[in-house]
Design a protein. Structure first.
Ligand code: ATP
Length: 239
């Protein structure tokens, strides 16, 4: 792992029929840290994340995870290789309980004793989920559902976490909570690729930022350089 970066994206193209959503972008993540993927609505951030996750097919280019080419890998193979996914909109199972959501995730990712141990760890890490373990997930608040989505992604003990707009639709206090969780995970050594609408907030926690506009990379660098940069402003106005 010292030699291999966590993630390399090379000349990635994602098309939906005639729509070229991602246009030959290249970037990489080295071990540890939070990389923010920023840009206006429709810039291609989610498509990039979902192509890395194997959920959306790669039209051309290459994705390398932990030193292995995964361009054509299935999402389950990618998750089992050590990638956790927190999709946009959380996508938890509303009609299952909190605990059942974690059981479903764990079943595919670990032997049952390991999965049971990780479930207990999640209940400790997120006490509110512990308190509500037998409640239907659909009855949780938005922030609690996001915690559940994070807990579910952690069931596979990932080395890389892909997060799509974790703060979307949450009350400000809950946004703070979610961001402290993101920082905590980073401190534990998990690398994070964070797509975030709230650029200011993302730049506060990120160690590196990649800015997309119209399917391309408009720029990248240290958050301290980008925060004051015109680039970011224009990327957000581009849409
Ligand atoms: P948002 O924050 O709105 O999700 P984004 O930066 O994540 O924006 P994408 O969701 O990746 O951008 O979308 C990039 C482009 O691809 C947009 O023009 C979008 O309309 C288009 N697009 C996304 N998904 C599909 C799809 N399934 N079929 C057709 N076009 C799509």
């Amino acid at each position: 792992d010292q030699m291999n970066p966590i993630l390399e994206v090379e000349a990635l193209d994602v098309r939906y029929g005639p729509v070229r959503a991602v246009r030959g972008i290249s970037f990489g993540l080295s071990t540890g840290g939070i990389t923010a993927l920023l840009g206006a609505n429709g810039a291609g951030k989610s498509s990039t994340l979902m192509a890395i996750a194997g959920v959306v097919p790669v039209t051309s280019g290459r994705v390398t995870l932990f030193g292995h080419t995964t361009t054509k890998s299935t999402p389950d193979a990618i998750v089992r290789s050590g990638v956790g996914i927190c999709p946009e909109g959380r996508r938890i199972f509303a009609s299952l309980t909190v605990e059942e959501n974690l059981i479903v995730a764990g079943t595919a990712l670990a032997t049952s004793p390991v999965a049971a141990k990780r479930r207990d760890e999640m209940m400790e890490r997120f006490p509110i989920l512990g308190e509500r373990r037998r409640q239907l997930a659909g009855l949780l608040s938005g922030g609690e559902q996001q915690m559940l989505a994070v807990a579910r992604a952690l069931m596979g003990a990932p080395r890389l976490l892909l997060m799509d707009e974790p703060s979307l639709g949450l009350a400000p206090q809950m946004v703070d909570t979610i961001f402290s969780i993101i920082e905590e995970l980073q401190n534990e050594g998990i690398s994070i690729l964070l797509v975030e609408q709230n650029a200011a907030l993302a730049l506060e926690v990120a160690s590196h930022a990649v800015v997309m506009a119209n399917g391309e990379i408009a720029g990248q660098g240290a958050p301290s350089d980008l925060a004051s940069d015109e680039l970011l402003k224009s990327a957000y106005l581009a849409a």
